[in-house]
Design a protein around this ligand. Structure first.
Ligand code: URA
Length: 258
């Protein structure tokens, strides 16, 4: 490993530890120096709950080694979020949009934030861009109910402005807990904001898309946002290429015809 790779690895580890701390994890189990180190192939890197020996009781300390989202489940994360007033967006939102779909989905799509339609209905991707996303999901041979749809930000920013850093800071830990609870095999980040926020980078979406990145051990595919596709129809081809990679990784048959 050269110096650049080592620095990238350290930066990525730092980001991971910060995210864990934000979700309430204040310690990590330490592996004994003599314990064998198992290296898993990237495709096996999806985090699994630690196996409890049958007779060992689940104690507070053994729960601490589970990720928070896995421990409390999706409903537990929703309860913890409650009638959230952690940032100023609560005063302008109509409905808080937690997410929708299969709570055990293999595939999760993450958008940026609710817009006007989503704010009124409390349903993700309820607008025209959402209609296009639904078509993309169907073209993959799936139904909206089989996947899970959510956003980085759970309340609509006024006039659909970009979310402020403190809004992201309060909301992001809940997305991480949600993803831990669902345990998807793949995340698709839709558009610049979701991709850059989750991957902690300023790289343009045009550079990020098309390859899998790592988000807390889960492969993440950035792609263009469906709202962008409504304005740039020629980019649909790139998104379809990205979704074919997702389908391949999930072991899904590519539909014969789109
Ligand atoms: N755009 C998003 O990113 N998310 C939604 O839920 C709706 C529009």
């Amino acid at each position: 490993m050269d110096t650049t790779e080592a620095l990238e690895l350290i930066a990525s580890l730092k980001g991971y530890l910060h995210d864990l701390r934000d979700t309430g994890v204040d310690g990590l189990p330490v592996r004994s120096a003599t314990a064998p180190l198992t290296i898993t192939a990237p495709s096996e890197a999806v985090p699994q709950p630690p196996v409890q020996p049958a007779e060992s009781p689940v104690t507070d300390s053994s729960l601490a080694s589970l990720s928070h989202g896995q421990a409390v489940g999706l409903n537990g994360v929703r309860e913890e979020l409650g009638d959230c007033r952690r940032c100023g967006l609560n005063s302008t939102r109509t409905k808080l949009l937690f997410g929708a779909g299969n709570p055990a989905a293999r595939l999760v799509f993450v958008g940026d934030a609710p817009g006007g339609d989503e704010d009124r209905q409390g349903i993700p991707f309820a607008d025209e861009a959402g209609g296009l996303l639904t078509k993309i999901i169907q073209a993959m041979g799936l139904h909206r109910d089989e996947v899970y749809l959510c956003n980085v930000i759970k309340c609509r920013p006024p006039q659909d402005r970009d979310p402020h850093p403190d809004e992201i800071r309060h909301c992001l830990p809940f997305l991480l807990k949600q993803l831990q609870a669902i345990g998807p095999e793949i995340i698709v980040a839709l558009g610049t904001f979701a991709s850059q926020t989750l991957l902690r980078t300023k790289e343009p979406i045009s550079k990020l898309r098309g390859v899998f990145h790592d988000y807390h051990g889960i492969p993440l595919m950035p792609t263009f946002h469906p709202a962008y596709l409504l304005r740039n129809a020629s980019m649909k081809r790139e998104v379809w290429e990205d979704m074919q990679k997702v389908m391949k990784r999930l072991g899904m048959e590519a539909p014969a015809k789109r």
